[in-house]
Each structure stands twice: as structure tokens, then as C-alpha cells.
Design a protein around this ligand. Structure first.
Ligand code: ATR
Length: 286
């Protein structure tokens, strides 16, 4: 029941297509008996400033931010958390007494999924990251913060890999390398890595047959994770499983970034399994 006491949470983006966040959070609120409700809020870039100012004056506990507002919103908030500042993007905003603070839970969500489903800790490990867009920035910065020994960045546009590597090395710790796509350096870096992460959209529905790297490069014992969650098992993950790798599907990152947001808004630990189940069911209906 939505009433005058209800705390609202929303998702700001444009255009808003299918999203798993409303069902995932509303199920968690329901299970914990919290008078909260999550709703999608489609906002164009032209109206973002007005909406952000308005939400801070209303009964909103906060909101998520998605494409295309994750960077621009940073200039509209009252404060930015240090990690979100380093990542250069905000995906979660908390409103307290009319003040809006920006966080980034994408990297933390990814690491939590990797730890729980891949069964490893980040500290001291060697990572290979395919792609250097917004998701890769959040993930690679967080891996560096968490003590990764080496992060090899590989991107179609090589300059972006160099820029991100330099930024992580200066802001966090010197731990990055760069490998051009389809190079001998790339093959060597994958062979040396313990965890391979696909952050590109290659393999996403409706192009399920595509692979971001050659299957022959996957070696037994490698942990392979894909941030693509539709399909739930991408071709990369299927090939990796066949090659004897441990796989970490993309839904975990999506759910765990939400788990971190839920904690920030409510101060409570959400029922993670129920959030996974709600997200899986919704995904099945797309
Ligand atoms: P996101 O926020 O999801 O990370 P993004 O910022 O648009 O999205 O980044 C997409 C990443 O996937 C980029 O690294 C992009 O490579 P470029 O920097 O060269 O554009 C990569 N990517 C997307 N489609 C690709 C393709 N067909 N082949 C290789 N890389 C691709």
C-alpha cells in the first residue's frame, strides 16, 4: 500500500527500456515489510537538473541513475563519494534531509558477485578486462582499490585503454597494463591472467552467437565473467565452461549493485536470494 509515509526510490534514465531494478527492489522491500516503493522515472537530459532538484524536496530516499545521466548528474549533486569521484560516474544517489549524495555501486557490485560466485578475493589476483567503457571504468577502478596485482586493459580503441590505465595507475595504484586487441600481447596477457572480464556488449541479445575473444584463448582454471546478463549464459560463458573455466554470469553484478544501493537507502541488508529470484523471473519475461 502506497501512502503518505511511503519512501520512494526511482530509476532515472532515458530512454528507459526493460529494467530489472523495480521488481528486484520492490520484492526486497515487500519481504522486509518496508514502506518503500521503487519506480522507473524517464527523464530527458534537458529536464535532468529540474528533476534532481525536485526529487530532493520530495519523499524520495534516493534513486538509481542510468544511461545517459551517470556522468552529467555529478555536477547536480551536493556531494560525491570518493570512489564514485574516482570512477567518474554515479549510479546511486542517497537523499538525506534534502541533500543528495552520489555513489557508484557498479564496481562494488561486480566484486561482490565475483567473490560469491567465483569464490576468490580480488587482492593479489591478475585480471584481464575486455572493453574500456563506463562499466569497465567502474570495475577496473574498484579492482585496483581492492588490491588487484595486475589489471590488463584491452580495447578496440586502444587510446581509451591507455587513458584508463594511466588514470588508475595515478589515482589508485600502479597495477595496469594495456594490450591491443588480437595481438600477441593480448594472448600472453590472457594466458597469465586468473580472471577474464567481458565488459563489452558483444554476445548480448539479439547477437547471442558473437564472442568477444577467441575461445581457444580460454584456459582451464581461468575465472571468466561477463557483464552481459541477457542471455543469462552468453556464448563466452558457455565456451568458458566447456574449456574448464569457472564462470560468473552478469546477473550477479546487476543484483549486487542493487544490494549495495538498498543498503545505502534503507541501512538494512536486503534478502539477496529473493532479489536474484525476482530479477531472474523478470528477465525470463523480456
Ligand atoms: P558501458 O557503459 O556498458 O561500458 P560503453 O561506455 O559504451 O558502455 O562502452 C562499451 C565498450 O564496449 C567499449 O570499450 C567499446 O569499445 P570502443 O571503446 O572501441 O568503442 C566496446 N565495444 C562495444 N562494441 C564492440 C565491438 N563490436 N567490438 C569491440 N569492442 C566493442
Amino acid at each position: 500500500m502506497i501512502d503518505v509515509q511511503t519512501k520512494l526510490v526511482g530509476l532515472l534514465g532515458f530512454p528507459l527500456g526493460h529494467s530489472l531494478s523495480p521488481v528486484m527492489h520492490n520484492e526486497a522491500f515487500r519481504r522486509l515489510g518496508l514502506n518503500f516503493h521503487y519506480l522507473p522515472i524517464q527523464v530527458s537530459e534537458a529536464h535532468l537538473k529540474t528533476v534532481v532538484a525536485g526529487l530532493a524536496c520530495m519523499n524520495f530516499a534516493g534513486y538509481n541513475v542510468t544511461i545517459p545521466h551517470k556522468i552529467r548528474i555529478m555536477g547536480l549533486l551536493d556531494a560525491i563519494d570518493d570512489q564514485a569521484e574516482a570512477i567518474g560516474a554515479v549510479n546511486t544517489v542517497v537523499i538525506r534531509e534534502g541533500r543528495a549524495t552520489g555513489y557508484n555501486t557498479d564496481g562494488a557490485g561486480y566484486v561482490r558477485a565475483l567473490e560469491t560466485e567465483g569464490g576468490i578475493v580480488v587482492e593479489g589476483r591478475k585480471f584481464f578486462v575486455l572493453g574500456c567503457g563506463g562499466a569497465a571504468r567502474a570495475i577496473a577502478m574498484t579492482l585496483a582499490f581492492k588490491g588487484a596485482r595486475e589489471i590488463c586493459l584491452c580495447n578496440r580503441t586502444l587510446a581509451k585503454a591507455h587513458d584508463l590505465a594511466a588514470e588508475i595507475d595515478t589515482r589508485v595504484r600502479s597495477c595496469c597494463r594495456v594490450a591491443p586487441m588480437e595481438s600477441a600481447a593480448m594472448t600472453a596477457a590472457v594466458a597469465r591472467s586468473e580472471v577474464l572480464i567481458n565488459t563489452t556488449s558483444i554476445g548480448m541479445h539479439p547477437h547471442e552467437d558473437r564472442l568477444p575473444i577467441e575461445a581457444g584463448m580460454l584456459h582451464r582454471g581461468l575465472i571468466v565473467s561477463d557483464i552481459v546478463y541477457n542471455p543469462s549464459k552468453t556464448r563466452l560463458l558457455a565456451e568458458a565452461e566447456a574449456a574448464g573455466c569457472t564462470i560468473v554470469p552478469g546477473l550477479g553484478m546487476l543484483v549486487h549493485q542493487g544490494v549495495e544501493g538498498f543498503r545505502l537507502w534503507t541501512g538494512l541488508d536486503p534478502p539477496v536470494a529473493a532479489m536474484f529470484a525476482a530479477a531472474r523471473e523478470r528477465l525470463g519475461s523480456f
